[in-house]
Design a protein around this ligand. Structure first.
Ligand code: ADP
Length: 496
C-alpha cells in the first residue's frame, strides 16, 4: 500500500492536535483534544504529561479514522510543540516525576533573581551564550526549580536516571518504541541552556542554573529519524518520527520563510513575530532575542524573535472587560465608522511592555483624547495598537539585520479583520499576506517530516497555501505623523 500521508502533531498549550496531510500537501483531516490547565493557588501553571500522551494517542487514532485512510498509508510523523514547557521523568520507570511546568509559569523568578544577586555578571553571560535575557519563562529556571524542590527528581538525579526535557523530548520518549531521548535546535535553544553559537549544551549555563547536563536530551538535527512509533498499536509497522520543531519555528517553516529577511507574525492572544536570519548568528541590539530556527537539510539557521503579550487580547479586553464591543468581529465595523482624523492612542501595557520596549512596570494608557474621541474612536485605537506594536518589532528586525522586510506572512484569529490587516500594511510599509491555512505549525512539522521521509520532494505544503495580500496604500507623510504620535504615546506609558 502506498504511504501517501504525513501525520503531524501540534502539542500546544491548550491541547493536542493531530493533522493529516496528503502527499500533495493538502490538509486532509484534523482532530484535537484539550488537556487540563492545572493552576495552583499561588499561580503555578502545570500540565499532566501522561494526560497529554493519552490525548496524543487518541487524536492520532481519531484523525486516521476521520480521514478514512488505512493506517498503513501513513508514512511518517512530525511534531510541533509548545516551547519552554519542561518535564522531568525517570528513565527506568519511564514515568514523569512531576507535572510539566508550563512556559507561562513564573515559579523560577526567585531562582533567576538569586543568580543575579550572587553574580552580577551572570545576566550578560546568559545573554551572550543563550541569545536571550535571563528569565524564568525559559526552561532552565524551571528545570532548576525541579532539581531543587522535588525529592523524586533529586533522587533520580543521584541515581543517574533523571531525564529533563522539553515537550518534544517527552512526546518522542513516550511515543517511540526505542524510548529515544533527543531534542533539536529550535526547542533546545529556548531552554536557555544551549550555547547557540555552537548548538551544544553549555557547561557554563548548566552550572549557573544547577541543572545536571547528563539529564539533558541529545541535540540532533530537526529532520533526524528520532525514533519509530506504532502509536499504541495503530500502525502495524512502526513509522519514523522524523521532524520536530518548536511551535513558532514550525509556523515559520509552515509559512515558507526559509530565506533571510522573511518574517511571519502570528496574531493570537499575544503575538510571536519571527524573522528567518539565515546561517549566521545575528545578535539583537534592539530588544529582540536570537534563537535557532532549525537544522534542516544539512543547514543550520538562526531566527530573531519578538513576543508581544497583548495583541488579540486587546480585542478580548474591549469585549469582556471594557464592554465596548459584543463580539471580536465588531471591532472592524467600529474602526471603519470612526473619525479617521481622531488622534487617540491606546498603549496596551496591561502587564508591562514586551519586545522591543521591555518595561515590566509600564501601565496601559489611553492618550491623545479630544472632543472627537468617542466609542468608535476608542475601539479603533485599541485595534490599531496591535498593528503599531507588531510594526515596532518589525522595525527592530530591520534595524538589527539591515534587511529590508517587504512582506509579513500572517495567521491567527485577528487576521480576519480587514481593517487591521490594511492598517498593518500601511503603518509598517509591508505587504501583509494572510494564509489560507490555519494549521501552520502542524504544516511546518509535516513538511520537515515528509521531506525527511521522501514524501515531499519540492515545496508540497507551501504550494497549497494560498494567500490574501494587503499592500500599503497610505501616504508617507500620514504614516510618519501617525507613527510619531504612537511613539510619543509609548514614551508616556513607559517608566524609564
Ligand atoms: P489563540 O491561538 O491565542 O487562542 P486565535 O488565533 O484563536 O488565538 O485568536 C484569538 C484572538 O483573536 C482573541 O483575542 C480575539 O479577541 C481576537 N479576534 C478574533 N477575531 C477577531 C477579529 N475579527 N478582529 C480582531 N480580533 C479578533
Amino acid at each position: 500500500m502506498d504511504k501517501r500521508y504525513v501525520l503531524a502533531i501540534d502539542q500546544s498549550t491548550q491541547g493536542t492536535k493531530a493533522v493529516l496531510f496528503s502527499d500533495a500537501g493538502l490538509l486532509v483531516a484534523k482532530t484535537a483534544r484539550p488537556h487540563r490547565q492545572i493552576i495552583h493557588d499561588n499561580g503555578y501553571v502545570e500540565h499532566d504529561g501522561e494526560e497529554i500522551m493519552a490525548n496524543m494517542l487518541a487524536v492520532i487514532r481519531e484523525v486516521v479514522e476521520l480521514a478514512g485512510v488505512e493506517p498503513e498509508e501513513v508514512a511518517c510523523l512530525g511534531i510541533s510543540n509548545q516551547r519552554e514547557t519542561c518535564i522531568a521523568w525517570d528513565r527506568t520507570t519511564r514515568l514523569p516525576l512531576y507535572n510539566a511546568i508550563v512556559w507561562q509559569c513564573s515559579r523560577a523568578k526567585e531562582i533567576c533573581a538569586q543568580m543575579e544577586e550572587a553574580d552580577p555578571s551572570i545576566a550578560a553571560c546568559v545573554r551572550e551564550l543563550s541569545g536571550m535575557n535571563l528569565s524564568p519563562y525559559f526552561s532552565a529556571g524551571k528545570m532548576a526549580w525541579l532539581v531543587r524542590n522535588v525529592p523524586a527528581v533529586m533522587d533520580a538525579a543521584e541515581a543517574g536516571t533523571l531525564a529533563l526535557g522539553t515537550m518534544d523530548s517527552w512526546v518522542l520518549y513516550a511515543l517511540s518504541e526505542e524510548h529515544a531521548f533527543a531534542t533539536e535546535p529550535s526547542n533546545a535553544s529556548r531552554t536557555q541552556l544551549l550555547d547557540i553559537a555552537r548548538c551544544t549544551w553549555s557547561e557554563e549555563l548548566c552550572e549557573a542554573f544547577g541543572v545536571p547536563m547528563e539529564a539533558l536530551a541529545e541535540v540532533r538535527p530537526s529532520d533526524s529519524v528520532f525514533g519509530h512509533t506504532t502509536a499504541g498499536g495503530l500502525f502495524p509497522e512502526p513509522i519514523p518520527i522524523c521532524g520536530m520543531l518548536g511551535d513558532s519555528q514550525a509556523a515559520l517553516m509552515g509559512q515558507g520563510c526559509t530565506e533571510p529577511g522573511q518574517v511571519k507574525a502570528t496574531y493570537g492572544t499575544g503575538s510571536s513575530i519571527m524573522m528567518q536570519a539565515g546561517s549566521e548568528l545575528v545578535r539583537s541590539k534592539n530588544g529582540l532575542v536570537t534563537s535557532l530556527g532549525w537544522e534542516f537539510d544539512g543547514t543550520r539557521s538562526y531566527v530573531l524573535e519578538g513576543n508581544i503579550n497583548y495583541t488579540g487580547a486587546v480585542v478580548s479586553w474591549m469585549k469582556d472587560d471594557a464592554r465596548l464591543i459584543y463580539d471580536p468581529s465588531d471591532a472592524e465595523a467600529c474602526a471603519r465608522r470612526a473619525n479617521q482624523a481622531d488622534r487617540a492612542y491606546f498603549v496596551p501595557a496591561f502587564t508591562g511592555l514586551g519586545a522591543p520596549y521591555w518595561d515590566d512596570e509600564a501601565c496601559a494608557i489611553l492618550t491623545g483624547v479630544t472632543r472627537t474621541t468617542g466609542h468608535d474612536e476608542i475601539v479603533k485605537a485599541g485595534l490599531e495598537s496591535i498593528a503599531y506594536q507588531i510594526g515596532d518589532v518589525v522595525g527592530a528586525m530591520r534595524a538589527d539585520t539591515g534587511l529590508d522586510v517587504s512582506e509579513l506572512r500572517v495567521d491567527g484569529g485577528p487576521t480576519a479583520n480587514g481593517y487591521l490587516m490594511q492598517f498593518q500594511s500601511d503603518v509598517t510599509s509591508v505587504d501583509v499576506s494572510v494564509s489560507s491555512v490555519a494549521e501552520l505549525s502542524a504544516a511546518g512539522a509535516a513538511y520537515v517530516a515528509g521531506h525527511a521521509a521522501g514524501v515531499y520532494g519540492g515545496n508540497a505544503i507551501f504550494e497549497q497555501i494560498s494567500r490574501t495580500t494587503y499592500t500599503p496604500k497610505m501616504e508617507d507623510v500620514r504614516r510618519e505623523v501617525l507613527l510619531s504620535g504612537w511613539r510619543a504615546a509609548v514614551r508616556q506609558a513607559m517608566t524609564h
